[in-house]
Design a protein around this ligand. Structure first.
Ligand code: BES
Ligand code: ZN
Length: 946
């Protein structure tokens, strides 16, 4: 942090003496904050007094802190030891840096303590940041109930009270909140006492508020401070965990109330460190900008990610449980030990995502969560990171850059890289290292080196190393400091003994992006083969070093037919083989797939499709590989299949032969749909993976218009219209199919009423999604136009993205969104809250979906509109690159796909793999990727291959 600060300071030290970072000439020691919202006037507002005990580091006559959109009414500075006040010369604001500078008449000597008392007021916000208001209708009284709550991560505490709003400043807070009749207040700590004395003199004696004085917090960052004011209730709890919601939904807290203490204990066991705070509140909010937020001791959630009505889907139960686990994990990773600066926020989010699966798995061992991790996190991270992205640790300065860095790299790749290390060092070393890391940095802030050093120390105590002669920091930095990831090309050495392999590594990309193609990583290789297929030992048998161009490896491993590298898909890399090995693997899959570990089956599917997409493998390989799927009884590889096919389906919409390909995919989808339908409906299996997947694959099968899926869904829907209940796990798809096949507005309105009135957040979400399934373009346009009614309309801003996503899942919806964005451009930008970011969201969703010429023309038209602000223009141009890449994909590969499908449909009994005729290495692709290797490289390889 210090180095970063110094370098950056030199770069951007402004003329006015302001800088993105606080100058660190003074530091906070503790805060006392009194704050009270006022709901009475039209312009709901708040008043506050913050008293910050600070210490001077150097001599200075200025105190700079963060403040945004606040009206500071008075500032008093007093020297603590003498109680003498220091005269205020002026208060200077810097809007760009969201800072206020208190300029004093006299210089303050270094290493002295001062008390800064600042009175301020502001408007309660309505953009779900800072101290914001929200409301809901209470069913009993029919009245609109208001509440006010905070969301401070990453840089919004400064809009609720002046503060040192950087994560490394960790100090205790004393918080007092004023509330009026009927309302209560919650905050990070339990209530200390409640009275009617306005000791902070915030209300001029005018109003009789109740003052909630909370116990002092442990040292903490400003972004984790939280308070809530409103009417809210909780059931009695027998643990530290309380679950709060509006009184109408109280019953729906039972599930969280039961599971959360177990999830908390799972974290205590995994880390070996107790949760020490006296309580932990989980608060369900009608409006929250994110899914959930980990404020110390007071986590906030969207209602649909905390409440669990009895009739919810299995998938929904998974989402609620993982979300709770995610936020609980942050109490250790983020709250107890905090990232120094937002560059390293993956230390917070990567761990929390990792524990969603690996801590929850200890509570729900039958849910197969470690396997779901691979398709939900690892493969989605690989997919995202194969275009130009930022590295895990990445330079961010402004609030906008910070917000944008909470992406799939930070979450999914962060978690996947941690899982990779977990597999290399094993559970015991991993746990011991985490315990050491947490203990050493408890209450403080860190950078990744702090984490890697804990691993180093743990390994060295056991006289072990991760990689010989290398520090853990050196090894892991290749994964966290560089963007992208490698593909490992493996071949059997032709001439020598059976057990020699030749390997090379290079950066894997799908967009022909050649910059930095010499990036190399420390890669732990795990390998097995047909003669003794064992997939359990995940420690590396060999390391590829970044300094080497190629590797000839002799391994204690005999192979007759095939071998596999990257066991259980633990390494964050793809693997490519020679044609012969791919064909042998396909044969094995077709004959007895279970010989290969389920995660490697998913990995072979995912790698082969993406290698083909990058031009490194002929599409005949992945397509032929999917012919084993009749025998695939596990759902996990099917997720990889579905995702891989969906990319191609989206692209092939512009092909005249689209329906042939869709038929081909439908045949596959029918296999998994029928299997799951039998297990769920006839065999009545109750198993998380089966029931949750039935939901997913029904949606897929019905979107492909498979009659086997559509007919029962319509029957359920029609029975529901007559008042019958739809089985929980089929409601989602039944609503969607119902509206797809009933284009009349009455039916649409019937589901819309569910959206408006249901008490169940799960059902509300299914309805919200289904409303986009209609094929009536007028209804779709009416639907998306509801957004223009703003925060007081029927769709809450937190749900906009869900509406856009659902619309983008079908062609009619894509058109609707395109016209909506083009024709309502000004209204979206001017009338909606954060209109530019709404436009940005729609645009980027569309960029990944458009395929037809008229869609692309419209998308281009939008980005060429006059007067687009430069940041928005930049973001449009950046995501538009995806359209060009996708078009290029179509031009290069659609013929291969069509050819394969044609041949496949003309063939009755697929006995021999089609790939034997053509080389699986695609000539176009190999040309574009070959440039990454030097000529010397090629010569050397040539010598060794021959
Ligand atoms: N700390 C985040 C919330 C957040 C994200 C705040 C970005 C500020 C900027 C929280 O822990 C989180 O990750 N929430 C997730 C839900 C989770 C289940 C993945 C979210 O909101 O998507
Ligand atoms: Zn998180």
């Amino acid at each position: 942090m210090l180095l970063k600060f110094v370098t950056f300071y030199a770069l951007v030290q402004g003329l006015n003496g302001f800088n993105t970072f606080l100058p660190n000439t003074t530091v906070p020691k503790s805060y006392s904050l009194c704050i009270a919202p006022n709901f009475e006037n039209e312009d709901t507002s708040f008043v506050g007094l913050v008293q910050i005990l600070i210490q001077t580091k150097n001599i200075t006559s200025e105190v700079v802190l963060h403040s945004k959109d606040l009206n500071i009414t008075s500032v008093n500075v007093t020297e603590v030891s003498t109680r003498q006040s220091v005269g205020l010369k002026e208060l200077v604001y810097n809007k760009d840096n969201e800072q206020a500078k208190i300029v004093l008449y006299q210089s303050l000597p270094g290493n002295h303590e001062y008390m800064i008392a600042i009175r301020f007021d502001g408007l309660l916000r309505n953009d779900m940041t800072g101290f914001y208001k929200s409301s809901y209708n209470q069913s009993q009284t029919g009245t609109e109930n208001f509440l006010a709550v905070t969301q401070f991560e990453a840089t919004y505490a400064r809009s609720a009270f002046p503060c040192y709003d950087e994560p490394h400043y960790k100090v205790p807070f004393n918080i007092t909140v004023g509330v009026s009749d009927k309302q209560i207040a919650l905050s990070n700590m339990p209530l200390s006492y409640k009275d009617h004395k306005d000791v902070c003199e915030l209300t001029n004696g005018g109003k009789n508020l109740s003052w909630y004085h909370f116990q002092q917090t442990p040292p903490m960052s400003t972004y984790l401070v939280a308070f809530f004011v409103g009417e809210i209730a909780s059931l009695k709890s027998s643990s530290k965990v309380n679950v709060y919601t509006r009184s109408d939904y109280l019953e729906q807290t039972q599930y969280a109330l039961g599971i959360a203490p177990k999830l908390l204990e799972a974290m205590e066991l995994f880390t070996g460190i107790k949760y020490k705070l006296p309580k932990l509140d989980l608060v369900a909010l009608p409006d929250l900008g994110f899914g959930a937020m980990e404020n110390l001791g007071m986590n906030t959630f969207r209602e649909r990610l905390l409440l669990f009505p009895e009739d919810s889907t299995t998938q929904y139960k998974g989402a609620v449980t993982k979300t709770i686990q995610h936020e609980l994990s942050h109490q250790w990773f983020g709250n107890l030990v905090t990232c120094d600066w937002w560059d390293y926020v993956w230390l917070n989010e990567g761990f929390a995502t990792f524990f969603e699966y690996f801590a929850t798995a200890t509570v729900e061992p039958d849910w197969n969560l470690p396997e779901f991790f691979v398709v939900e996190q690892h493969q989605t991270a690989l997919e995202y990171d194969q275009l130009a992205r930022h590295s895990l640790s990445t330079d961010v300065f402004t609030p906008e850059e910070i917000d944008n860095s909470f992406d799939r790299i930070t979450y999914n790749k962060g978690a996947s890289v941690l899982r990779m290390l977990y597999s290399y060092v094993g559970k015991d070393v991993f746990k011991d290292s985490l315990k050491l890391y947490l203990t050493k940095h408890m209450g403080g802030s860190v950078n990744p080196k702090g984490l890697w050093d804990a691993f180093e120390e743990t390994l060295s105590k056991r006289k072990q190393t991760l990689v010989k002669d290398q520090t853990v920091n050196e090894v892991m930095s290749t994964w966290t400091e560089q963007s992208g990831y490698p593909v490992v090309n493996v071949a059997k050495h032709k001439n020598v003994t059976k057990n020699q392999f030749v390997m090379t590594q290079e950066r894997f990309t799908v967009d022909g992006f050649l910059g930095k193609c010499f990036t190399k990583w420390f890669i732990g290789v795990t390998i097995t083969s047909d003669l003794k297929p064992t997939f359990d030992d995940l420690t590396a048998v060999f390391w590829l070093y970044p300094k080497d161009d190629f590797y000839i490896i002799k391994l204690p491993l005999e192979t007759d037919k095939w071998f596999i590298v990257n066991l259980q898909s633990t390494g964050f890399y793809r693997v490519n083989y020679e044609e012969e090995n791919w064909l042998a693997l396909i044969e094995q899959l077709k004959n007895a797939p279970d010989v290969i570990h389920v995660l490697n089956r998913a990995h072979l599917v995912d790698d082969s499709f993406n290698l083909a997409r990058a031009g490194r493998l002929n599409y005949t390989v992945p397509l032929e590989l999917t012919n084993y799927l009749d025998k695939e009884n596990d759902v996990i590889p099917w997720y990889s299949v579905m995702n891989s096919f969906n990319y191609i389906l989206d692209r092939m919409r512009r092909s005249p032969l689209y329906f042939e390909f869709e038929n081909y995919v439908s045949d596959k989808a029918l296999i998994i749909f029928t299997k799951l339908e039998r297990q769920v409906k006839q065999e009545q299996i109750k198993k998380y993976a089966i029931n949750a997947s039935f939901n997913t694959f029904s949606v897929w099968a019905c979107s492909l218009n498979l009659q086997a899926c559509v007919l029962p869904a319509i029957r359920y829907f029609q029975a529901w219209q007559k008042g019958e209940k739809i089985p929980d796990d089929q409601k989602h798809v039944a609503f969607c199919v119902g509206l797809k096949y009933h284009p009349d507005s009455d039916t649409w309105n019937q589901v819309f009423q569910v959206y408006l009135k249901t008490q169940s957040a799960s059902e509300r979400y299914s309805a919200l999604n289904a409303l986009a399934c209609s094929q009536n373009v007028f209804l779709l346009m009416n639907y998306v136009e509801l957004i223009l009614k703003g925060p007081n309309g029927p769709i809450r801003p937190q749900d906009y993205r869900a509406v856009f996503n659902s619309l983008s899942s079908n062609q009619m919806g894509i058109k609707t969104l395109l016209y909506f964005l083009r024709d309502n451009w000004d209204r979206i930008r001017k009338e909606l809250l954060n209109g530019d970011s709404v436009a940005e969201t729609i645009y980027s969703i569309l960029a990944s979906k458009v395929s037809l010429d008229d869609e692309i023309i419209l998308l281009n038209e939008i980005r060429s509109k006059p007067g687009i602000p430069s940041t928005l223009q930049k973001s449009f141009d950046f995501v538009y690159k995806q359209v060009i890449i996708n078009q290029k994909w179509f031009d290069t590969y659609s013929n291969d796909i069509n050819e394969f499908v044609k041949l496949d449909s003309s063939k009755d009994d697929p006995i021999s793999p089609r790939t034997s005729a053509a080389s699986p290495i695609n000539s176009v692709g190999s040309l574009s990727t070959i440039t990454c290797l030097t000529i010397i490289h090629l010569v050397v390889l040539f010598i060794y291959y021959n």
